[in-house]
Design a protein. Structure first.
Length: 237
């Protein structure tokens, strides 16, 4: 696998959403802890954080098309299972799921990273197409539309539940390239998840750039902030 980033070929960029452009506020762990508290269950935030990480990485819910396949109903089942695993103590798990599903579908439950809007603007000014590509569901459209930093900046949003497959499946990246109207080798994937955004993109023929806000890139082509993406291109082309 050739991980060398050839900027002169890049004409479009797909940016991951959660952890790259946006983050939940309050954090996922706090939101889950608050949902439990509303049912009289007091939990430690750090314990909930650990449970969520384990549940999120190990879920096995998939659609009828097999591994990594999804749709809107699959995503609801997947998140219902995650909530049950993270909050087994709550007396009414259906209520907890409904509250959290609604919570994370509201724009006010999210914030754009400070570098998100400047990065998107710089990418567009550099003459490259840009889209958001996320393992999410249809709620993401409302979330992005409600964040002024992104609402008018990114017109194309590719969501796994609408594609039918979640990252890192090649079909997801094929859909991204189709929406951008570019071949895979002309598209750069930028995100904070090594498997979903980097390795999956490489396997599908895209270039990839790891967003490592803590500076730990593992030797991969990386940036510590999104505004460095367009700056790197300007410096290397």
């Amino acid at each position: 696998m050739n991980n060398q980033l050839k900027w002169e070929r890049i004409q479009g960029i797909v940016l991951d959403a959660v952890g790259t452009l946006i983050e939940p506020t309050p954090s996922v762990a706090v939101a889950y802890t608050q949902a439990a508290a509303r049912q009289g269950v007091r939990l430690d935030v750090e314990e909930v954080r650990g449970r969520f990480k384990a549940a999120f990485r190990s879920d096995l819910v998939e659609g009828e098309a097999g591994f990594l396949s999804t749709d809107e109903q699959v995503e609801r089942r997947r998140w219902r299972e995650i909530v049950a695993l993270v909050l087994p103590e709550v007396p009414d798990p259906v209520r907890a799921f409904d509250e959290l599903w609604d919570h994370f579908g509201r724009p006010e439950s999210w914030r754009a990273f400070p570098d998100a809007a400047p990065a998107v603007e710089a990418i567009r000014e550099a003459g490259m197409k840009v889209c958001i590509g996320s393992n999410f569901d249809s709620r993401l459209h409302k979330v992005v539309a409600g964040l002024p930093e992104l609402a008018d900046a990114v017109e194309v949003i590719v969501v796994s539940s609408e594609v039918g497959y979640r990252k890192p499946h090649a079909a997801f990246f094929e859909a991204v390239c189709g929406r951008l109207g570019l071949p895979a080798d002309r598209v750069l994937s930028v995100g904070d998840d090594l498997e979903n955004d980097i390795q999956g993109a490489h396997r599908a023929g895209l270039a990839a750039l790891f967003l490592s806000r803590d500076g730990d890139s593992g030797g991969l082509p990386s940036v510590a902030e999104l505004t460095a993406v367009a700056a790197l291109r300007a410096a290397e082309v």
